[in-house]
Design a protein. Structure first.
Length: 338
């Protein structure tokens, strides 16, 4: 295995110059940089990260814990986080909690024991695993969801605004019997989407029947079961607002099972937008979250907090960054049949 000394000899420069080039520091001429990079490539040289971490007291790794690695929403958030780490020397360790608090606790303990420099976390609940890291002044940034009574740093979508605009769209088409399939109501995004939906109905003077409020859990099966319940309601809704992408898939399966045409008989608005939304039949009207931007901004904030450790600014950056969603109107919404 070749060392930094071998790279310096081959390129004819000092070890300090090789170190500056490898660590992407300024001050090295383009000509010398090219010589060093050619030597690095020729020798297939890789810096000794363990030695470097001991020297700078950082491991140059970030942990990221998400609740559902199969959900395209989180895949896009991860991509955004990775985009922000490009050319900054950091590696990302990804963990999937599978919406299980015990697994999340295990993930966080593992990451902390490996001395990652910070963590991006989409929490499964409001329990105390993440609280212990926060009390240790460990750099942690929440994404997508925040626990009740939260004090810290987070990057989220304006779920209230997105749900309100989606419901207003249905009302503007003339719908009066509008139902909702909620997400988990112990999580901030589930609560906020329900509140935005209720507010839009209240502003329009429209009631919400008890059987038109179906409680899902952000999973496909709950969307399917809730969809069947709505379609068998004594007063069938003419429009449904589904609070995430996976439940929307379940709802569309229920419509197909019951041979109910969308949007002719029931209009559908989903929350979350991906490539398949525009290719679905019908093309889905959705609330699009800025997923990659969420990942990028969360990583940006986390790296800033890491850089401030040990300074007078450490711990003074508690804030919640709220990103604006976008309503994308397609073919799954239309005026109700008269």
């Amino acid at each position: 295995m070749y060392t930094i000394h071998d790279v310096a000899r081959l390129s004819g420069v000092s070890i300090a110059t090789v170190s500056a080039v490898v660590n992407k520091k300024s001050g090295v001429s383009p000509a010398l940089t090219e010589r060093v990079l050619k030597a690095v490539e020729a020798l297939d040289y890789h810096p000794h990260q363990v030695a470097r971490s001991l020297r700078v007291r950082r491991t140059m790794t970030i942990g990221m814990v998400i609740p559902d690695i199969m959900n395209p929403f989180y895949a896009e958030v991860v991509r955004g986080a990775q985009d922000e780490t490009k050319n900054k020397g950091y590696s990302l360790i990804l963990c999937d909690s599978n919406e299980d608090f015990g697994q999340e606790q295990s993930n966080l303990s593992t990451l902390y024991s490996r001395r990652v420099d910070g963590v991006l976390l989409a929490p499964t609940s409001a329990h105390a695993a993440q609280d212990r890291l926060t009390r240790r002044w460990f750099p942690i940034v929440f994404i997508d969801r925040i626990p009740p009574g939260f004090v810290g740093t987070a990057v989220v979508t304006d779920n209230y605004l997105g749900a309100r605009e989606a419901t207003r769209h249905l009302i503007s088409l003339g719908h009066k019997h509008i139902a909702i399939i909620t997400g988990r109501l112990d999580l901030s995004n589930g609560i906020e989407r329900l509140e935005g939906f209720r507010k839009a109905l209240q502003e329009a003077g429209l009631p919400l029947r008890d059987d038109h409020l179906q409680r899902g859990d952000f999973q496909v099966q709950s969307g399917y079961v809730c969809g069947l319940n709505l379609l068998q309601s004594p007063v069938r809704p003419t429009a449904v607002f589904s609070c995430n992408n996976k439940m929307t898939l379940g709802l569309m399966q229920a419509l197909n099972k019951m041979s109910v045409a969308c949007p002719q008989n029931v209009s559908v608005v989903g929350f979350d937008d991906f490539e398949w939304s525009a290719n679905f039949s019908p093309r889905l009207t959705t609330v699009a979250q800025p997923t990659r931007e969420m990942g990028r901004q969360a990583m940006r904030v986390l790296l800033k907090r890491i850089s401030q450790q040990g300074t007078s600014d450490n711990g003074k950056q508690d804030t919640v960054v709220t990103l604006k969603p976008e309503l994308r109107v397609r073919d799954s919404t239309a005026p109700p049949l008269q």
